[in-house]
Design a protein around this ligand. Structure first.
Ligand SMILES: Cc1cc2nc3c(=O)[nH]c(=O)nc-3n(C[C@H](O)[C@H](O)[C@H](O)COP(=O)(O)O)c2cc1C
Length: 172
């Protein structure tokens, strides 16, 4: 079984980010989970949403050593669906019965796969992931970015994708 899984969140499945992760996912032979088909509601201080898809999804992710977070850059940040998902990890900090589950994220590697219309992935965007991984006790493994200012042009990203895929394979 692969030690790596991807969590994908974009406003469209078959857009630039979806095509990019399908390619990378094929190279790695990994499962890609689309957050848009999950019922994950925004963070709730009263935790009235604990029976949605967040905890089953986390249980699935916790089976893996490497978790790839896949999102376009929307306004210098992750997509709204990805942000909702990340916000929900606060449930682990709030609820004593979930603390042990949250601790199981420690030592896992978090990676970022992203697209935007800039030459590089926005630093603020990447820093938010690095900060989040650090807070959760995860290690930042690295990222790969596709500049889609002229559309999705996979031939331009071959070297970056190879480097990223080899980085993950060497960790497995
Ligand atoms: C709502 C929205 C906000 C965006 N904000 C940024 C941005 O801050 N920086 C950037 O370089 N590109 C930005 N873009 C461009 C997207 O990141 C880019 O087109 C990306 O490849 C889209 O991926 P998708 O097809 O998966 O949605 C934005 C696009 C949208 C729709």
């Amino acid at each position: 079984m692969s030690k790596t899984i991807a969590v994908f969140a974009s406003a469209r499945r078959d857009g630039n980010t979806g095509k990019f992760i399908d390619w990378i996912g094929e190279e790695l032979g990994i499962e890609i989970i689309d957050l848009s088909v999950k019922n994950i509601s925004p963070y709730d201080y009263d935790h009235k949403n604990l029976d949605d898809d967040f905890l089953p999804l986390m249980n699935q992710l916790l089976e893996y050593d490497n978790i790839i977070f896949v999102t376009p850059v929307y306004w210098y940040a992750a997509s709204a669906q990805m942000k909702v998902f990340i916000d929900r990890t606060s449930d682990f900090l709030d609820l004593s019965e979930l603390k042990e589950m949250g601790r199981r994220l420690r030592g896992k590697a978090g990676y970022v796969v992203c697209t935007s219309i800039s030459s590089e992935a926005d630093q603020t965007f990447l820093d938010a992931f690095k900060g989040t991984f650090g807070y959760l006790g995860m290690n930042y493994g690295g990222h790969v970015h596709a500049n889609c200012e002229n559309g999705y042009q996979p031939e331009e990203y071959v070297a970056d994708v190879n480097r990223f895929v080899n980085l993950i394979k060497s960790s497995e």
